[in-house]
Design a protein around this ligand. Structure first.
Ligand SMILES: Cc1cc2nc3c(=O)[nH]c(=O)nc-3n(C[C@H](O)[C@H](O)[C@H](O)COP(=O)(O)OP(=O)(O)OC[C@H]3O[C@@H](n4cnc5c(N)ncnc54)[C@H](O)[C@@H]3O)c2cc1C
Length: 468
């Protein structure tokens, strides 16, 4: 990885590689060629080699390992999927519960593999708090969300209600009204995971090539400016960085998301905040706010996303002072203890959003092409599950994973719908985001605002039913 160490906190915690890995030069072959060295690409390579050690696997990365969202995220390892209800709502309860169990087990499995491979990535399963902590209207939102989680198939043991006293035992919010505790969530340091995982796959015999952007995908062949690889199976693991590559760019758009990290906080400050078990935390708002206490006592906090006109991926890391100040203000609103805290890092990246607002794992054996993505900002755990699933499907193994509702045998089977053209996409994104902000501002006002507040909530419920 090559980042501005002043921007990305995670990268500051690892010894950065000085040299690039080799580029792809000349024409070569492989059994499987994977485009993109983020979590999806590397986990797919990992499981291909675990299941079939003699397989020739090559990973081709346009920049360096972890250039995309995998090197830039908030470090949540979520035992769920964004858009899960779209996959499971038509299934009987027993099947929904099976899906939820697989998603929950996936978190533990990541912890197990890290221990097995000796990858020290600060994996910590402290659960997550989905809090009502800014205004009383959030209590009803979170109560509804808990009911929703139970109808999806999570049981009372995995997700349950915390009253204000129980919430205070976990974390001291300015206005801790209550919230949901979700047991199946962990956190980790993504840069450490990437470094360890890349090493593990290389030791298993995978070749990783850097600075080699794939320009075209033909039948069983990928081309970069200096070379090509012929392979029986091509895996596209480019998610929010797909851009000009292949027709996938019409199906997955990048949404930019920004994160800050505080300086390490004193023990006294942590005593005031709590979070002893280092749970992840998210706020009950349509405008996402989330964070967690890192292993070295900082707070990593992500908030709000934005769509850039023309579906541009964010390649630079830096974020503006205004972006940092907005997140700092939100932090102070949530936790009084953050009033004078220094923000040491601020960075951003792009996550991938599919037009169906749900992730997919597709292996099209006839065309010799596979892909996974559309994780909508919840891809740290999902990329492990989907990478493993792609590997099993490519090797024609059957397991519970290969029968999940998010698995498809061709892009035609899963309606990988196209996004609308510009300026429609941009206009829709602006409208929804302004409407969400307006609702959040109104909800914070204690006095009732007849007509406007309920109308806005109804409009936003409608938007949410379309996009969430
Ligand atoms: C700021 C931010 C915070 C987030 N926080 C969380 C979180 O806390 N928890 C969570 O679960 N998820 C989070 N996410 C989402 C999560 O990081 C992603 O879903 C996940 O990392 C996607 O992994 P990936 O390997 O599929 O894609 P990426 O990591 O984006 O990797 C794609 C790779 O493909 C490469 N590539 C693209 N085109 C080409 C080409 N033509 N040739 C060769 N290589 C190419 C890119 O350079 C890139 O390295 C966050 C995302 C962002 C941006």
């Amino acid at each position: 990885m090559q980042y501005d160490q002043l921007s990305n906190y995670w990268v500051s915690t690892i010894a950065e590689r000085q040299e690039d890995r080799p580029r792809l030069v000349g024409n070569t072959q492989a059994d499987v060629v994977i485009i993109g060295a983020g979590f999806t690409g590397l986990w797919t390579a990992y499981y291909l080699k675990t299941l079939s050690p003699t397989l020739d696997v090559k990973v081709i990365e346009a920049e360096r390992v972890g250039h995309g969202a995998s090197g830039r995220n908030g470090g949540w390892v979520i035992g769920s999927l964004a858009g899960l209800e779209r996959h499971v709502s038509s299934l009987p309860m027993a099947q929904r519960q099976e899906c939820c169990q697989i998603l929950a087990d996936n978190v533990d499995e990541i912890g197990r593999v890290l221990a097995h491979e000796g990858i020290s990535a600060d994996f910590n399963k402290g659960g997550a708090i989905y809090a009502a902590a800014r205004y009383p209207g959030q209590i009803a939102i979170q109560r509804d969300y808990l009911r929703h989680l139970h109808t999806l198939g999570y049981d009372e043991e995995s997700c349950y209600w915390l009253n204000s006293e129980q919430l205070a035992e976990k974390a001291s919010f300015r206005n801790g009204y209550g919230g949901i505790y979700h047991r199946d969530v962990a956190t980790l340091n993504p840069a450490r995971l990437l470094t360890g995982l890349a090493q593990a796959v290389e030791q298993a015999g995978v070749t990783i090539l850097e600075r080699s952007r794939v320009n075209t995908i033909e039948r069983h062949r990928v081309d970069t400016p200096e070379g090509s690889v012929q392979a029986a199976m091509i895996v596209c693991a480019t998610e929010g960085y797909t851009e000009g590559l292949h027709s996938l760019k019409r199906h997955i758009i990048p949404v930019q998301s920004l994160v800050v990290a505080t300086a390490p906080l004193s023990e006294a400050t942590w005593k005031e905040i709590g979070m002893t078990e280092r749970p992840a935390f998210a706020d009950a708002s349509r405008l996402v706010n989330y964070g967690h206490r890192t292993a070295d006592g900082r707070f990593v906090f992500g908030a709000r996303g934005a769509y850039a006109f023309g579906a541009k991926s964010k390649h630079t890391l830096g974020i503006s002072q205004a972006d940092i100040q907005m997140r700092r203000k939100l932090l102070e609103d949530l936790f009084p203890a953050f009033r004078d805290v220094e923000i040491s890092y601020g960075w951003g990246g792009s996550l991938g959003l599919s037009r169906n607002f749900r992730p997919h794992a597709i292996v099209d054996r006839q065309r010799g092409i596979a892909t996974a993505g559309g994780y909508a900002g919840e891809g740290v755990a999902a990329s492990h599950l989907f990478g493993r699933t792609l590997a099993e499907l490519i090797l024609k193994r059957e397991s519970a994973l290969t029968h999940m509702p998010w698995v498809f045998a061709s892009a035609a089977q899963q309606p990988l719908k196209r996004w609308e053209p510009e300026p429609l996409r941009w206009l829709a994104a602006q409208t929804i985001s302004l409407s969400y902000v307006a609702e959040d501002v109104l909800m914070q006002k204690r006095r009732s605002v007849p007509f406007l507040k309920p109308t806005l909530t109804k409009i936003n419920d409608l938007f949410a039913s379309i996009i969430e």
